[in-house]
Design a protein around this ligand. Structure first.
Ligand code: C5P
Length: 402
């Protein structure tokens, strides 16, 4: 990042304290950082802290005679290689989406043609509100980049998505934008499956499972952070699309297989989806009615196995195919058997027995199973599992490249 110029806009939110650490990490990497602090942001960090860390004047006022004579807001917005809004409050995202310009930060954001990265941070209800979702969709459509938010305990005492991404993740996102192709997986293509599949019985009923898609989405995000051109094929989930990842939304196992095959060739395939093993042999055109006393019989047929199909894709087979094994007992033993049966290279085995909290939870305890041994990983967040798996994949491909 040597010599790169960043304009960091700090808006109001408790996560603003992490922006101080972000500045330090950016400066360690040789970037020059200037700050714009909103009135809300100034409730959480002081201009003096930002000035001390950036060794630059901090800009707060839109109508400041001194600032306009030294560096006008237009010049401020154009003299940077990237604008980073961290934390990005619901309010500033709304202003950006609708073109409001009633303070220095929003004016700079409207006056710029420089790429913008936002690191949202807000209460979980604000993050999930349809207004915020719509604002973000609009911004992403216009090419605004996003990192996070993460899920976890929030300063307001609630739990859920809304925590600002950690400084290291923001630095990685910035580096991905400013120095594309610099990551360890640059030049590699990855396909990741995530979430459940829904297999229709009739127009209103379907067969599904409890997969949330969190782990698969975290893996796709981690691969993209390392520079892989990543294609995520996801079943129905409420997880937001990870930034910097191409996403295909599918419903059934057959759609998921077709989308994966369309995404080939790839160097890496990670099948983290909980694909329904069976589907109804026929899908009723109309809602099945209660008739007589006997319940209707449901005839099932087997779904295609996406992992096994990709593992046996001949010259289109990705160089590294990773499967998952969700087990409720003898986790490692069953996963080792699965490695052989599916023909994949690695299996990430996790315990989904009742009480493990894996399904829908934020943490995961996994074992990485390869032909030559088993690594037991400590319990960590699904995001950390994604990062560690992406790093292991990069190590493996580095080894096979040399
Ligand atoms: O056989 P089982 O469902 O336990 O295998 C789990 C692994 O196989 C996961 O990686 C899952 O994504 C993959 N799988 C698949 N297609 C299926 C069933 C499972 O890709 N139809």
């Amino acid at each position: 990042m040597n010599g790169k110029r960043l304009l960091l806009i700090v808006s109001g939110g408790i996560a603003a304290y992490k922006s101080l650490e972000l500045i330090r990490r950016l400066r360690e990497r040789g970037a020059a950082v200037r700050c714009v602090l909103t009135a809300g942001g100034a409730q959480f960090v002081t201009p003096l802290s930002l000035a001390a860390l950036t060794e630059e004047k901090v800009h707060c006022e839109l109508f400041s005679l001194t600032d306009e004579s030294e560096m006008g807001h237009i010049q401020l917005s154009r003299s940077a290689d990237l604008l980073v809004v961290a934390p990005a409050s619901a309010d500033i995202l709304a202003k950006m989406a609708h073109g409001l310009a009633d303070d220095l930060a929003s004016t700079v954001l409207l006056a710029t043609d420089t790429p913008v990265l936002v690191a949202p941070a807000m209460n979980v209800r604000m993050w999930q509100h349809p207004a915020t979702r719509a604002n973000l969709a609009l911004l992403e459509q216009r090419g605004v980049h996003r990192v996070g938010p993460n899920e976890g305990d929030m300063a307001c005492g609630e739990y859920g998505p809304g925590r600002m991404a950690e400084p290291d993740e923001i630095v990685a996102a910035i580096s991905g934008l400013l120095e594309p192709g610099s990551g360890r997986l640059a030049g590699r293509r990855a396909v990741v499956t995530s979430g459940p599949t829904h297999e229709p019985i009739d127009p209103v009923r379907y067969i599904a499972n409890r997969s949330s898609g969190k782990q698969g989405h975290a893996i796709a995000a981690a691969l993209a952070r390392l520079g892989a051109e990543t294609h995520l094929v996801t079943g129905p989930t409420i997880e937001p699309d990870p930034p910097g990842v191409a996403v295909s939304h599918v419903v059934t196992a057959r759609d998921m297989l077709a989308a994966c095959e369309a995404a080939l060739p790839a160097d890496i395939a990670v099948c983290a989806a909980a694909v329904a093993d069976w589907r109804a042999a026929t899908e009723a055109e109309q809602k099945v009615k209660k008739r007589g006393k006997a319940p209707p019989e449901l005839k099932l047929v087997e779904n295609p196995d996406i992992l096994a199909t990709l593992s046996a894709a001949g010259n289109r087979r990705p160089a590294l195919v990773v499967g998952f094994a969700a087990e409720t007992e003898s986790v490692v033993k069953h996963a080792q058997a699965k490695l052989a049966k599916k023909g994949c290279d690695w299996i990430v085995a996790n315990d989904v027995s009742a009480g493990s909290g894996t399904f829908g939870g934020d943490a995961n305890t996994v074992h990485l199973i390869r032909a030559d041994g088993v690594e037991d990983w400590p319990s960590m967040s699904k995001q950390a599992v994604g990062d560690r798996l992406a790093a292991a994949i990069a190590d493996h491909l580095d080894g096979s490249r040399s």
